[in-house]
Design a protein around this ligand. Structure first.
Ligand SMILES: NC(=O)c1ccc[n+]([C@@H]2O[C@H](COP(=O)([O-])OP(=O)(O)OC[C@H]3O[C@@H](n4cnc5c(N)ncnc54)[C@H](OP(=O)(O)O)[C@@H]3O)[C@@H](O)[C@H]2O)c1
Length: 274
């Protein structure tokens, strides 16, 4: 991995967080490069990380062992067509973090022999607290899979999926999931303000409670259902609140919401041009 040359296509948010994570994990800036047509984006990355940036995608990937495609799904076709010649001639690994662009589509653009890993990251990767799921095509070697996993682990946790279609479920879980928790926090904060707390206190207590619960769930040997029961004394205050959630069928609502998100992910991947 230390000798591996990684080229990022797109100098946006995701590339920035992955580059930052890799450097923080000991990868030398000299092993990394990034391309973007926007000179401001390139300058920002060079200033922050001291890596080489280029305006030309082809020039960025020519010597690379790994190409990370970190552009919007809508322009992925244009970008991969530009790079196809280079990928065909070499044995690079291509990692795509674009939502909804299937391996079949990427292979059709890059060439059937291209080793490709699809990744569904999430926004907390921007603060090195991401949760990513990966799926590789058959052309990807074990070493290349290891490299892809190491790159994603530089900004959080990473898991491998058994089938590509599970990426749609992951999109509905961790891909969109931060927003669900933000929404729940928003509702708790509003309720507390309605019941008399000032805005500052309501926000602070909401955020710290969410953080504490997530940390407990992450560090504990118990599952979330057991942790919930442990803080729910019979006849107590928590029980009263949970009863209301259960009467409102929160669990069924969450299932319905996530099914809708997964269905949207499937639809988007079938959109012409993606
Ligand atoms: N951010 C997330 O949390 C997140 C989560 C899951 C998946 N993703 C996926 O990650 C990918 C990147 O997301 P992002 O948030 O990093 O997007 P972003 O901040 O918009 O970055 C994309 C960058 O690519 C540049 N670009 C446009 N055309 C290009 C070209 N032809 N060649 C090279 N670079 C080009 C864009 O420049 P301009 O701004 O000038 O167009 C921009 O700097 C997307 O496919 C997204 O679906 C992101």
């Amino acid at each position: 991995m230390e000798d591996c040359k990684i080229a990022f296509i797109g100098c946006g948010n995701m590339s920035r967080s992955l580059i930052g994570g890799l450097i923080a994990n000991g990868i030398k800036p000299g092993s990394l490069s990034a391309a973007d047509p926007d000179s401001k984006q390139r300058q920002a990355i060079t200033r922050q990380f001291g890596i080489t940036t280029l305006a030309n995608n082809h020039a960025a990937v020519v010597d690379a062992d790994v190409i990370v495609l970190a552009v919007k799904p809508q322009i992925m076709g244009t970008v991969t067509n530009e790079l196809a010649e280079c990928v065909k001639e070499n044995t690079q690994l291509t990692i795509s973090i674009a939502a909804g662009v299937r391996l079949g589509t990427l292979s059709a653009w890059l060439g059937e022999q291209a080793a490709i890993v699809r990744v569904m990251p999430n926004t907390p990767a921007l603060i090195q607290a991401g949760a990513a799921a990966l799926f590789a095509n058959e052309q990807t070697t074990a070493t290349q899979k290891n490299t892809a996993e190491t790159i994603m682990r530089s900004v959080g946790i990473a898991i491998w999926l058994d089938t590509e279609d599970l990426l749609d479920t992951v999109t509905a879980l961790s891909g969109s999931g931060s927003a669900y928790f933000f929404y729940f926090m928003e509702a708790m904060e509003k309720a507390a303000i309605n019941m008399g707390l000032n805005n500052e206190h309501a926000r602070l207590l909401t955020i710290e409670t969410a953080l504490g619960a997530a940390k407990m769930a992450s560090l504990s040997d118990f599952d979330p259902a057991t942790l919930r029961r442990q803080v729910t004394s019979p006849g107590g205050t928590t029980e009263q609140a949970l009863n209301i959630f259960m009467q409102g069928k929160l669990e069924a609502l969450v299932y319905e919401a996530m099914r809708a998100a997964r269905q949207r992910s499937v639809e988007l991947s079938q959109t012409p041009g993606v």
